[in-house]
Design a protein around this ligand. Structure first.
Ligand code: ATP
Ligand code: MG
Length: 564
């Protein structure tokens, strides 16, 4: 391909609304173009790399015995109503209706239509197991679309679904997918960790996420160096400490004017935040619930939402807080609530004695409060985020460490949740009807592409791993008006093209500096510069991932490019 003909516009400035390197570089290199919030076009260079990621995924899925098919993105409501997810998805689902008033959605994920297809196609155990997949657009009206294609509202997912006769079969199918995922992310040159993941909202018995380690990751990863345990922060369990056996002291009301936050309170009362318990009011599907955790901890909203099997959960509105507590925001506590509401107490708090809480009265707190004596918990459960230094919930010896990651893939043992809802059954050897046991497995294709850039770039641009580079080599003649220079460049270009190497020639009448900058920005693995020694047949070869340029003959350069 001739760069002079390439439909591409590179950009020197960092785009204002792009916060993370991969998003900035994808825009600067002209790989993608924003159409609307969370909705992007892939331009030719971007689409080439995108297709390479897709090809790796497809090859490994095929190798693992999964069969590719394609389903529509536009789906009738009924199948999601049958599973209950028409409601459950809430505002994240894009809904529309046809001219006859019939409801549809743009598929956010396809468990239901796949289950339906298998239900209608399979009748006997002899036809199982089967794993099906598609690589297709998904639509989710994300609350916060951001980071370019990392969190889009339209995005491509490879989604696979396995169907087995029993749990043992599911374990095998799951394991096969696990191995395929490792092969995919290894080939794509990613440094990743596999973590235990929350399986709450989807039901099911187990799930793992493939996390690409990155500071810009939206997910927290907790891990233990001692035993290798690693889990998503949403999921990481917290160990309940031993019961504090101090005597219960008399409750005291303390005047705390202008104290609204835990920090204010720590300063005011002159003791650690671990002596305070905060009470946070949530609106969970329309019901106000108080959640309590230690002052220096945070409520884990996933754990809390799972307790309630919630569809929508948010902090309670100020008016609700004021009505339920009878006080301004900042003074909520479990003693003296004006309405009877659920009080969910974190396990760690359940073993504390003589702690400080809001008094449900503006400008007051209560000291020496004790669970059981002063108030009752509706539920005691692990509802806090794990923090650095926590005891490992698996080995009980190591201390938890924290890192950040981008979730690129997710594998999931679903069990019979969807087969039950949609009556997907098979007949066993004895002619008895049984529910099919399912798994589901997703990879965000665009997100994976962005994650590759996140781990493979420098100040000058992208450094594509060879497997996904849009072109493997770029020939850069420094003087397009010089006959010898251009003739040698063209020869190298055509030799490489003939050898099947994906190659660019930068035939633009631009200064070499401009061409080098663009070649670096778009991340082509090998640059062959045809410069002042063109007359002698000598060129300069530089790998994108190295600072060193090496002079060699044109033939040697062609051989080096073929190797890549
Ligand atoms: P997240 O927690 O990031 O919202 P999720 O748990 O909703 O992800 P899944 O439903 O498991 O994601 O989807 C499978 C894969 O699809 C994810 O591992 C991710 O790679 C990708 N994915 C999910 N949501 C998006 C999105 N909005 N934009 C791009 N890729 C996405
Ligand atoms: Mg999501």
């Amino acid at each position: 391909m001739r760069v002079s003909r390439l439909f591409m516009a590179t950009q020197r400035e960092i785009p204002a609304d792009a916060e993370i390197p991969s998003h900035q570089l994808m825009l600067r290199a002209g790989l993608i173009r924003k159409v609307a919030s969370g909705i992007y076009s892939f331009m030719p260079l971007g689409y080439r790399t995108y297709r390479k990621v897709e090809a790796v995924i497809r090859e490994e899925m095929d190798k693992a015995g999964a069969q590719e098919l394609i389903m529509p993105a536009l789906l009738p409501a009924e199948v999601y109503q049958e599973s209950g997810r028409w409601e459950k998805f809430g505002p994240e689902m894009f809904r529309l209706s046809d001219r006859g008033g019939r409801s549809f959605c743009l598929g956010p994920t396809h468990e239901e239509p796949f289950t339906e297809a298998v239900r209608d196609t399979i009748s006997s155990y002899k036809q199982l197991p089967v794993t099906l997949y598609q690589i297709q657009h998904k639509y989710r009206d994300e609350k916060r679309p951001r980071f370019g294609i990392m969190r889009g509202r339209e995005f491509v997912m490879k989604d696979a679904y396995s169907f087995d006769v029993d749990e043992a079969g599911l374990s095998e199918s799951y394991d096969t997918m696990y191995k395929a995922y490792r092969a995919i992310f290894d080939r794509l040159g990613l440094d990743y960790t596999v973590v235990d993941a929350d399986s709450g909202a989807m039901g099911g018995s187990g799930s793992q996420e493939f996390m690409v380690k990155s500071e810009v990751g939206e997910d927290g990863i907790c891990y233990c160096d001692e035993c290798g345990y690693a889990a998503n922060e949403e999921k990481a369990g917290c160990v309940t400490p031993a019961q504090d056996t101090a005597d219960m002291l008399d409750i005291e009301k303390i005047h705390t004017p202008d104290v609204k936050t835990i920090d204010d309170l720590v300063g005011y009362m002159n003791c650690g935040a671990d002596k305070f318990v905060k009470t946070i009011l949530y609106n969970i599907d329309g019901k106000i619930v108080a959640a309590m955790c230690r002052g220096d901890r945070d409520i884990n909203e996933t754990k809390l939402a799972n307790l309630y099997d919630a569809t929508e959960m948010e902090l309670a509105a100020f008016v609700d807080v004021e009505r339920v507590t009878g006080a301004k925001v900042g003074f909520a506590g479990p003693v003296g609530l004006k309405e009877k509401i659920d009080i969910v107490v974190d396990s760690e708090v359940s073993v504390m004695r003589n702690f400080v809480v809001g008094a449900d009265e503006t400008d007051y707190h209560l000291k020496n409060v004790n669970i059981g004596r002063d108030f009752e918990a509706t539920t005691i459960a692990d509802i806090r985020n794990a923090v650095e230094g926590d005891v490992c919930p698996k080995c009980g010896k190591g201390r938890m460490k924290m890192a950040r990651g981008v979730e690129v893939g997710h594998i999931f043992k679903l069990g019979t949740k969807y087969s039950k809802a949609l009556n997907c059954v098979y007949l066993d050897k004895d002619g008895k009807s049984n529910l099919v046991v399912m798994g589901c497995y997703g990879i965000g294709v665009g997100r994976t592409l962005a994650a590759i850039i996140e781990q493979h770039h420098d100040d000058n641009g992208i450094i594509w791993p060879a497997e996904v580079a849009p072109y493997k080599a770029i020939v850069v003649p420094t003087k397009v008006n010089d006959e010898a220079n251009m003739a040698l460049a063209e020869k190298i270009y055509s030799d490489l093209a003939a050898a099947g190497v994906e190659v660019l020639i930068d035939d633009r009448n631009e200064r070499p500096g401009v061409k080098f900058k663009d070649a670096d920005l778009i991340g082509i693995p090998l640059r062959i510069t045809v410069g002042r020694r063109a007359g002698e047949g000598i060129v300069e070869v530089k790998r994108r991932d190295s600072d060193e340029a090496v002079e060699m003959t044109a033939d040697e350069a062609v051989a080096a490019a073929k190797e890549i």
